[in-house]
Design a protein around this ligand. Structure first.
Ligand SMILES: [Zn+2]
Length: 159
């Protein structure tokens, strides 16, 4: 039985050791906090704010009412564990809207700014599809990296 209420906006906090899972959830559009080390009480505060706690630690899992135990090392299996409890979105329009590194929402970039900041071949292929992370100051665009992620998601059952 899942302890998670499915009828709310889904926010996650991924415990240490779940960095790759956090990245995947961010790419799927989910607001996911991740730190390699949490301060004392930090997870507890995040849980009180309504975040679902994802953890590999049984003790942590049993400490929170809205937690999922991620008892697997492979990121694909970890995503599937979350999906079984929460039914992650298959809506591609929600994907690639959030920075996988820092969790910020990406913003669209004007064509002039994009032209100055990305390689020429990228700009000529995707002039209207360049996104920017305001925190990391990193530009994102479609291409091989994105295709590889999509392939992985497909392999995990996200068509
Ligand atoms: Zn960022």
């Amino acid at each position: 039985m899942s302890k998670v209420n499915k009828n709310k906006i889904i926010l996650f906090a991924a415990d240490s050791m779940l960095g790759r899972l956090a990245k995947c959830l961010r790419i799927m559009g989910y607001d996911t906090i991740y730190r390699s080390h949490y301060k004392e009480n930090e997870l507890s505060e995040l849980s009180k704010k309504g975040r679902i706690i994802l953890t590999k630690n049984r003790k942590t899992y049993s400490s929170y009412p809205n937690a999922l135990l991620i008892n697997h090392d492979k990121v694909g299996s970890q995503v599937k564990i979350v999906d079984r409890s929460i039914s992650l979105t298959r809506d591609h329009s929600a994907w690639f809207k959030r920075c996988s590194i820092c969790n910020s929402l990406l913003s669209r970039v004007e064509e002039d700014e994009a032209r100055e900041n990305v390689p020429d071949f990228v700009f000529s292929n995707y002039p209207k599809n360049i996104l920017f992370c305001p925190v990391c100051k990193k530009f994102y665009w479609p291409g091989t990296h994105k295709d590889n992620i999509l392939k992985k998601f497909r392999d995990w059952g996200f068509k």
